[in-house]
Design a protein around this ligand. Structure first.
Ligand code: AN7
Length: 357
C-alpha cells in the first residue's frame, strides 16, 4: 500500500505542491483540504461559437466549491503559524464558506459578516455547518468589509479577506495549473471580477510562470463585472451595486488597483456584462454539463462580448475561470426551471409524458 502521495500530485493541496513559491516554511502548520488540481475542460460549444480553443478552469470542484480555497489554505495556515486564535471575514458567501471550513480544521474561531439577504443558500449552509459565528449586517458587502478591517486593526483577529496578502499568494496557483495543463499560458484569460483579488492573483501567477520559464508568453487579461456593479469600468465606487450574481455584488473592490494593473499591463481590459447575458451563459454552461453559479458565468458572457468586438483572434487559446459551483445557489437553479410533473408509477404514462412512446 502506498503511504505517501507523490510530491508532484495535484492532490497534495496547493501548499505542498507549490511550497517553494508560497510564503511558507518548514515551520508552517499546513491546513489543507487538498484544494487545487481542478480540471481544465475544453468547451466544444464555446470553441466553435467564438472560433477559438476555449478551456474552462472549473474551480467549483475545490473542497468548498469555489476558488477561495486556494487562498484560504495559505491564509489559515499562516494565521495558525502566527499564533492567531480567531479569523474574521466579510463575504458575499464563498469566502465565508471557505474560511469556516479551513478555520474549523485549524481549530480557530471564525467570525463572518454577510450582507443582509444577499448570500446564496448553499454558501450560508456551509458557513453554518462548519460552525462559523455568522452575523448578518444591515448593509452591503462593502460596509461589511470596512467593519472587518476595523475589527482586525483594533483586536487580535486575523482578517482573511483578500486584502490579506496570503490569499492572493494562494490563488495565483490557479494560473500555475493552467500553464501546466496547456504547456504554456493562454492567449486570452477571461474571468469574473468582484473584489478583484482573483484577477490580481492570476496575473501574478502568470508572470511568475513566465519568470520560471514555464511559459514564454503572457495572456491578455480580461475581467468582467456585472453591469449593475461595475465600479472599475465607471471609474468610481458605487454605494448601491446591484446584480443577480450576488457573489460579485461589490461596489468598491479592495484590489481595484491590482485589477487595473493586470488589464493595463497585459493589454487586456475590465468590462461589464448585463445580468441577462450572465444568466444566458449560466444556462449554456449547464446545458454542456457544467454547473456553475451565476457570478462564474460572467467570464463566459464576457468572452462572447470580446468576440463581438473582434478581440478574439481566430484559433486563439482562451481560458475562462469558472469560480464557483452551481450547487452554491440551488434557489436560482430551481427558479428558472419547470417543476417536476407528478405521474402515476407506471411505465406507459411516463413514456407518454416524455414523448418517447
Ligand atoms: C463565485 O466570497 O467576494 O474578484 O466574499 O464568489 O476575487 O472578489 C466572492 C467573489 C467571482 C469574484 N466568482 O472574485 C466573497 C467574494 C465567485 C465569487 C468572485 C467571487 P474576486
Amino acid at each position: 500500500m502506498r503511504t505517501e502521495i507523490p510530491a508532484d500530485s495535484p492532490r497534495l493541496g496547493i501548499i505542498r505542491r507549490y511550497f517553494d513559491r508560497l510564503p511558507v516554511s518548514e515551520s508552517t502548520p499546513i491546513v489543507t483540504l487538498h484544494e487545487g488540481g481542478t480540471p481544465l475542460i475544453r468547451s466544444a460549444r464555446l470553441s466553435e461559437e467564438v472560433d477559438a480553443e476555449v478551456w474552462l478552469k472549473y474551480e467549483g470542484l475545490n473542497p468548498t466549491g469555489s476558488f477561495k480555497d486556494r487562498g484560504m489554505t495559505v491564509a489559515i495556515s499562516k494565521a495558525l503559524e502566527d499564533g492567531s486564535r480567531a479569523v474574521v471575514c466579510a463575504s458575499t458567501g464563498n469566502t465565508s464558506a471557505s474560511a469556516a471550513a479551513y478555520a474549523g480544521r485549524a481549530g480557530l474561531v471564525c467570525a463572518v459578516l454577510i450582507p443582509r439577504g444577499n448570500v446564496a443558500l448553499g454558501k450560508l449552509s456551509q458557513a453554518l455547518a462548519h460552525d462559523a459565528r455568522v452575523l448578518e449586517i444591515d448593509g452591503n458587502f462593502d460596509v461589511a468589509l470596512n467593519l472587518t478591517k476595523e475589527m482586525a486593526t483594533a483586536y487580535p483577529i486575523t482578517l482573511v479577506n483578500s486584502v490579506n496578502p496570503h490569499r492572493i499568494e494562494g490563488q495565483k496557483t490557479g494560473a500555475f495549473e493552467v500553464v501546466e495543463d496547456l504547456g504554456r499560458a493562454p492567449d486570452l484569460h477571461v474571468m469574473p471580477v468582484g473584489n478583484a483579488g482573483n484577477i490580481t492573483a492570476y496575473w501574478r501567477g502568470y508572470r511568475e510562470a513566465q519568470q520560471a520559464g514555464w511559459s514564454g508568453t503572457l495572456p491578455k487579461m480580461y475581467g468582467f463585472q456585472a453591469a449593475g456593479a461595475n465600479p472599475i469600468v465607471r471609474g468610481e465606487a458605487m454605494s448601491d451595486p446591484r446584480t443577480v450574481a450576488t457573489a460579485i455584488r461589490i461596489g468598491n473592490p479592495a484590489s481595484w488597483s491590482g485589477a487595473s494593473e493586470a488589464a493595463d499591463s497585459s493589454g487586456g481590459a475590465i468590462g461589464s456584462v448585463r445580468d441577462k447575458e450572465i444568466v444566458e451563459a449560466y444556462r449554456n454552461l449547464a446545458a454542456e454539463g457544467i454547473f456553475v453559479e451565476l457570478a462564474s458565468a460572467a467570464g463566459v458572457a464576457g468572452l462572447r462580448q470580446l468576440k463581438e468586438r473582434g478581440l478574439v483572434p481566430p484559433g486563439a487559446t482562451v481560458t475562462c475561470v469558472l469560480t464557483g459551483h452551481g450547487l452554491k445557489d440551488p434557489d436560482w437553479a430551481i427558479a428558472g426551471a419547470a417543476r417536476p410533473k407528478l405521474v402515476p408509477a407506471e411505465v406507459r404514462p411516463i413514456l407518454q409524458e416524455l414523448e418517447l412512446a
